[in-house]
Design a protein around this ligand. Structure first.
Ligand code: AP5
Ligand code: MG
Ligand code: ZN
Length: 227
């Protein structure tokens, strides 16, 4: 099963990618996470990517595509993957299609998460990320208390550098200008399903699974038959 998640910043791509990847037994691959790992390690790629990421701009297509193709060539992605945040330009989608076609494989489904801009700004203002395990959480806005440690591993929580409101607004503009055209591109290939991504996290997971279910059913019936 090969799935792509598209959506504006804060749509819940990373949150859903973790759950869906576990349910579908495929690796979740986030280009944002790959770039942040390079930045943290201070690699040449990281130094280059950082210039774009800190302003909310996209890293150039060729750089992003080369990094993603290398990740997709790893063994765990051989029989399926879930891409979180790639492709996000038509050029990236064309390059991905070329790479997959050369291996006689294709995407099964592209899910586009829909979330209004005001939700995005609110969600990202309270997003916290675990510095140890990478789990995505949020500061508790209900009782006004602030979570400082990860519920999963106890690691210290931190804010992402690009979650300042002005950078979030820039990322939203970039999404509209450079990524939204991709939705039509995948619609013409009959791959796109739009998924409303507001409401409970579990509800969004259910909608996403329902959207990929028709592609999974043949695999499920094969394993149910034991063949
Ligand atoms: P990336 O890391 O991919 O950032 P993004 O696309 O802006 O998306 P986010 O990670 O901010 O949001 P998300 O959709 O994953 O939401 P999350 O699950 O965390 O990319 C960062 C940068 O890297 C880019 O700006 C660019 O520079 C570069 N880059 C990456 N890919 C690239 C590419 N292909 N080409 C070029 N450059 C690239 O959730 C957000 C918050 O909401 C969390 O607190 C979560 O707990 C909460 N939440 C989730 N679901 C719900 C819900 N249903 N209800 C309420 N709260 C929820
Ligand atoms: Mg993310
Ligand atoms: Zn953790």
């Amino acid at each position: 099963m090969r799935i792509v998640l598209i959506g504006p910043p804060g749509a819940g791509k990373g949150t859903q990618a973790r759950v869906l990847a576990e349910r579908l037994s495929i690796p979740a691959i986030s280009t944002g996470d790959l770039f942040r790992a390079h930045v943290a390690e201070g690699t040449a790629l990281g130094l280059r990517a950082r210039e774009y990421m800190e302003t909310g701009a996209l890293v150039p297509d060729e750089v992003t595509t080369a990094m993603t193709a290398a990740r997709l060539a790893e063994e765990d992605a051989a029989s399926g993957f879930l891409l979180d945040g790639f492709p996000r330009t038509v050029r990236q989608a064309e390059l991905l299609e070329q790479t997959l076609t050369a291996q006689s494989i294709a995407l099964d489904r592209v899910l586009a998460f829909d979330v209004p801009d005001d939700h995005v700004v609110q969600r990202l203002a309270s997003r916290r990320v675990c510095g140890d395990c990478g789990r995505i959480l949020h500061a508790d806005p209900v009782d006004g208390s602030e979570a400082h440690y990860c519920q999963n591993c106890g690691g210290a929580l931190r804010r992402r550098d690009d979650d300042r409101e002005e950078t979030v607004r820039k990322r939203l503009d970039v999404y509209t200008a450079q990524t939204v055209p991709l939705l039509d591109w995948y619609t013409t290939r009959a791959l796109l399903t739009r998924v409303p991504a507001t409401g409970l996290i579990e509800e969004v997971t259910r909608r996403a699974l329902a959207a990929v279910l028709p592609s999974i059913l043949p695999e499920l019936s094969v394993s149910a038959d034991g063949r």
